[in-house]
Design a protein around this ligand. Structure first.
Ligand SMILES: [Mg+2]
Ligand SMILES: [Zn+2]
Length: 178
């Protein structure tokens, strides 16, 4: 089984931008799913990929939001996009957990749960932490470049402007490898 691991904020839903950097929406009421998300996820599912959301939500550890609020946002994604699998790191750096991206813990946990072959899987994200995490897990990495004012630390395998373009890359790559 192969998977496409999708970061959440900046991939499936609009982040809040402050000083050129993305932040998660503060509440489910402010959560806005990108218009290209539905068709993109459908295409991936048709190609028999498992779809897993993998997201850092350190505001839970910081006390700025609650796990219940994060769950409420994921309920919106579950309903709108029929995504079943959510892997969330609610820790901050100080917790020294194994799951906060750039560490690959969320991906290795999903791989164990769902019998996913990581080398045949993709990671799509909009920040350096996503790209590092995908590399660390041995996935093909696709960076969605939304023009933030933070540099990447390692080159991704591919770059895209949005999720629809990332999915087009996956479609074309799978076609050539089939
Ligand atoms: Mg993101
Ligand atoms: Zn964690």
């Amino acid at each position: 089984m192969k998977a496409v691991f999708l970061d959440r904020d900046g991939v499936l839903n609009k982040p809040v931008i402050r000083d050129g950097k993305p932040y998660p929406p503060a509440s489910a009421a402010e959560f806005e799913i990108y218009p290209d998300a539905f068709a993109s996820v459908q295409k991936l599912r048709k190609m028999m990929f498992q779809i897993c959301v993998v997201t850092n939500q350190p505001d839970v550890a910081r006390g700025a939001t609650t796990a219940a609020e994060v769950d409420a946002m994921h309920e919106l994604l579950r309903n709108a996009l029929s995504i079943e699998h959510f892997y969330v790191c609610c820790h901050d750096d100080a917790d020294q957990c194994e799951c906060r991206k750039p560490k690959p813990g969320l991906l290795t946990r999903a791989a164990a749960d769902l019998r996913i072959c990581l080398s045949g899987s993709y990671l799509v994200g909009d920040r350096w932490r996503d790209v590092e995490c995908g590399h660390a897990a041995g996935c093909t990495t696709i960076f969605i470049d939304r023009g933030y004012t933070e540099p990447l630390r390692r080159e991704p395998h591919f770059r895209a402007l949005d999720l629809a373009e990332a999915v087009a890359i996956i479609v074309s790559r799978e076609r050539h490898s089939a």
